[in-house]
Design a protein around this ligand. Structure first.
Ligand code: XMP
Length: 506
């Protein structure tokens, strides 16, 4: 495997994904807290960082057991640190080196650039630059303005590059990473969905033996893939629980249960809609709503699980981005929204936790799901928040308002599917606003609700751009909603990106 040491760059996870894409296993760890370098570690990558090596609080890794022992690739800060810590010179650049640059590798014989064009586009993003290499370093590539754009330490397999090979704009970046990982580190490219499935099923069998497991399904990709994988490992010892909190999309509870039946999963569907809606009565504060929905979920799930006898394990669909302990530059981040997940469950239930997907990125979960034969329709579903429509109904949640939103949302989503737009969008949904406005229908005055449509492009939900949906598409959806959904007389489109807005409105 490859270890990636994280110095807080926004691109660290992207490095991981690029390496996994070549079917090589890698792990991301904080720069100051990583596992021992044993024979399984074939190479180490040092990430970029928002810090400068000159800052008094610059991040300093302990590379004693790494450098010279296994191949190392320093990217941006990683490269600057290697140089600076060995008496090279790193200085603030005169011109900001940000964006596209052409890298000349023509003069280089380095295996790092094998198969890469003599002039190749790379993406730079740094304020500091390496102005002097130590004597035992050699320069292996330059751009017109950055002489030491890449270097190697002479008698050891340690490399540094000042550009970012992991981003899309470095056109031959994947080849460069492959040269490092496969040729220099000699990693086997055998981390495939199939190998993951075989290994994981064997591990689950060994770990769980004849024990019983309960798992919460949400209809989403992660929990479904986790459920199917565990089902392959332990069969009927797995019981799944799917809770209807009354805040799902139109007909979702029934449709999803039906799909699970086809997958032969053993699923208990619990309809607790009344309880959730009852507890939400009169509450319009977003955080209070989230807390109530989260608490009710735990209680309902717990009560159902208690009816099962001899359960020792709680299965969860946790994925790698939730597990990675990222180096946060701004310290602990402020709570923007208290995310509802099943984090509170294990403590309440005194169960051991098993998380078969905890090593996978989202795109890998989909590939594994595909290899397990789960339908593309289910695997391609947009993310949907745990508190469901509860955070898309601004103000008080009532059954009537749930009905209005479900109907409007179904029209929007079905239209996206029909027009072939759904799969190119990361997430879409409809929001019911606490705003009534005057309209006219026929000769009658109306005074009714407003819904907002939201559609975003994103890769991980951390940042998002609103989608430029075609005007005629929006016109048709607006028309359909106003004509067909009783209680709505106005439709608006949300054109805010994240940041500064968030994807959900609450
Ligand atoms: P925001 O609104 O924070 O949403 O920009 C980012 C992504 O997270 C989803 N989301 C949630 N997912 N539990 C979840 O499982 C939650 O409580 C929750 N709140 C937001 C949201 O749908 C988007 O994909």
């Amino acid at each position: 495997k490859i270890l990636i040491l994280d110095f807080g760059s926004q691109y660290t996870q992207l490095i991981g994904r690029r390496i996994r894409e070549m079917n090589v296993y890698c792990e991301i760890h904080p720069y100051n807290h990583f596992p021992a370098i044993d024979q399984t570690v074939k190479g180490v990558i040092l990430s970029g960082s928002p810090y400068s090596v000159h800052q008094p609080d610059a991040l300093i890794p302990d590379l004693e057991k790494i450098e010279g022992h296994v191949p190392v690739l320093g990217i941006c800060y990683g490269a600057q640190y290697l140089c600076y810590s060995q008496k090279g010179k790193v200085e603030a650049s005169e011109t900001r080196e940000y964006g596209r640059a052409m890298l000349n590798v023509g003069f280089s014989q380095s295996p790092l650039f094998e198969g890469i064009s003599e002039r190749t586009q790379v993406w730079m993003s740094h304020g500091d630059t390496i102005t002097l290499l130590p004597d035992h370093f050699e320069c292996i590539a330059s751009t017109d303005t950055v002489k030491n754009a890449a270097f190697k330490i002479k008698n050891e397999p340690t490399y540094g590059i000042q550009f970012h090979p992991e981003v899309y704009h470095t056109t031959e970046g994947s080849q460069l990473l492959k040269n490092f990982v496969v040729n220099i580190c000699q990693c086997q490219q055998n981390w495939t969905p199939e190998s993951f499935i075989t290994t994981t099923i064997n591990e689950l069998k060994a770990k769980l033996g004849n024990d019983k497991v309960v798992l919460g399904l949400s209809g989403g990709v992660d929990s479904t893939v986790a459920g199917v994988l565990m089902h392959h490992a332990i069969g009927s010892n797995l019981t799944c629980i799917f809770v209807n909190n009354g805040l799902l999309r139109k007909n979702e509870f029934e449709n999803v249960l039906e799909q699970y039946k086809h997958m032969q999963l053993n699923v208990i569907g619990v309809d607790a809609s009344d309880r959730f809606l009852n507890d939400l009565k009169g509450i319009s504060d977003p955080e209070k709503k989230r807390k109530i929905i989260g608490r009710d979920f735990i209680e309902v799930f717990n009560a159902e699980a208690k009816k099962l006898t001899d359960v020792q394990w709680l299965g969860q669909g946790t994925i790698y981005p939730d597990v990675i302990e990222s180096v946060s530059v701004n310290g602990p981040s402020a709570t923007i929204k208290s995310h509802h997940n099943v984090g509170g469950l294990p403590k309440e239930m005194h169960l051991k936790v098993v998380e078969p997907l905890r090593l996978l990125f989202k795109d890998e979960v989909r590939r594994v799901g595909s290899a397990l034969g789960i339908s593309q329709k289910l695997l391609g579903r947009h993310p949907f928040p745990g508190p469901g429509l509860g955070v898309r109904i601004l103000g008080e949640v009532t059954s009537e308002r749930v009905r209005i939103l479900q109907d409007a949302d179904a029209i929007f989503i079905d239209s996206l599917i029909e027009s072939g737009l759904y799969d190119s969008i990361w997430q879409a949904g409809t929001i019911l606003l606490p705003v009534k406005s005057v309209g006219v229908m026929g000769d009658e005055r109306t005074y009714e609700n407003t819904v907002a449509l939201r559609a975003v492009h994103s890769t991980d939900g951390m940042t998002a751009d609103w989608v430029h949906l075609p005007y005629d598409f929006l016109a048709k959806v607006s028309n359909d909603i106003i004509n067909k959904v009783r209680g709505v007389n106005r439709v608006v489109y949300d054109i805010s990106s994240k940041p500064p807005a968030t994807i959900e409105w609450e």
